[in-house]
Design a protein around this ligand. Sequence first.
Ligand SMILES: O=C(CO)COP(=O)(O)O
Length: 248
Amino acid sequence: MRRGLAAGNWKMNGTGASLAEIEALTAAHPDPSVDILICPPATLLARMSDAVAGGPVATGGQDCHAAVSGAHTGDISAEMLLDAGASHVIVGHSERRADHHEADADVRAKAEAAMRAGLVTVICLGESLAEREAGRTLDVIGAQLAGSLPDGLTGANAVIAYEPIWAIGTGKVPTIAQIAEVHDFIRSALVERFEGEGDKMRILYGGSVKPTNAAEIFAVANVDGALVGGASLKAADFSPIIAALEGA
Ligand SMILES: O=C(CO)COP(=O)(O)O
């Protein structure tokens, strides 16, 4: 049985005042039956990690550079995230794939960097609307899985997040059948490639997850949690999503 994971990706949102949301979240879930992860902007990571230390909320970065250190202005290494208190890092988010021209090989190198540093890597995959409408969803996901996932992933060091690009921040959510199809496809690919570990890796759904739709999404086989954007910013929104996962 895979333990649920409720992950929040704050993207480019949040300042010191937002730490109050984490205090509220921790107070609301002192002993959760699922794992809780918040990935704040890098500027908040160390402060948030200090604030949640010893409690049930883990913290993560939203991206990392593939190298340990060097002349890469504005970038952050996996080792630096670890040093700031992170246990996880998101790699390959579609906003980075698009805005920073990250290809599958780049995502794979970042996932390898996360493994090297001892971080759990949350590797994001997802098709565009044009790809879905052309009936290419599973081909695209298959290619991303083959190209973005390094060898050596395990249930302990990797999480896969399926985030259809057209569902991110749009309020549009795939049907339950569409979510089930892709999650089953990802599970089969993981089981085939990562012998003995593929069935232990958690697969999150991401894209317009809200308190109102979380329970039906979490009821889908092979959905082990969610990667939540907008609805993770406020404890009042994220808390019922965590509760829905606990009840799944
Ligand atoms: O991109 C996402 C999480 O990484 C999803 O964002 P929203 O939940 O805001 O749609």
